[in-house]
Design a protein around this ligand. Structure first.
Ligand code: GAR
Length: 188
């Protein structure tokens, strides 16, 4: 079994989807040690409950520097023997402290066809772009913002009468299929 930690900051539906797959035996090589979040009020915390999973809340405001904040998380990761980190809507850049310890062992999913629409509100950026398609990307994490090596992408159309919520739901449906598939292939 490979021990993984999932990092999330928001609603946590990708986190929940991965946990459902793990529980259903679809990711048999993976043991999720805990959910790590940087937001004490995040909805993802509630989503962890049915899985009886540990949740570690670490807030940047409680530390003098980002390095101190990451050192606290790293200590916990090492205590649990975590080998891989899965980012699922974790909305902070991973900095050197964690990156150096987990080089090439951090995955992220981003809701655009990278290198298009990096950073925050990628769905909104695609929605207002006039593009006819968008999608999602799973990639390795490096020190840049959504710049790491791309592993796999999935496309979907943008329709003229879409609302932003329609588009977000369509992209998330792709994510719920793509991310577990890539995790199963990459993390062995
Ligand atoms: C997902 O769409 C994910 O791709 C995106 O945040 C959303 C989280 O949704 N990640 C990023 O934008 C990272 N740059 P969720 O909390 O419901 O899984």
């Amino acid at each position: 079994m490979v021990k993984v930690a999932i990092f999330a900051s928001g609603s946590g539906t990708n986190f929940e989807n991965i946990m459902q797959r793990v529980t259903a035996g679809e990711l048999p090589n993976i043991e999720v040690t805990a959910l790590y979040t940087d937001q004490a009020e995040a909805e993802c915390i509630q989503r962890a409950q049915p899985f009886n999973l540990d949740v570690h809340i670490t807030e940047l405001k409680d530390y003098a520097t980002k390095a101190d904040y990451e050192r606290a998380m790293l200590k916990q990761l090492e205590r649990e023997g975590v080998e891989w980190i899965i980012l699922a809507g974790y909305m902070k850049l991973i900095s050197a402290t964690i990156l150096d310890a987990y080089e090439s062992r951090i995955l992220n999913i981003h809701p655009s066809l990278l290198p298009k629409y990096k950073g925050v509100d990628a769905i909104g950026q695609a929605f207002t772009s006039g593009d006819k398609e968008t999608g999602t990307t799973v990639h390795y994490v490096d020190s840049g913002m959504d710049t790491g090596q791309i592993i796999e992408q999935r496309q979907c159309p943008i329709y003229e009468d879409d609302t932003k919520a329609d588009l977000e739901q369509r992209v998330k449906s792709l994510e719920y299929e793509l991310y577990p598939k890539v995790i199963a292939e990459i993390i062995q």
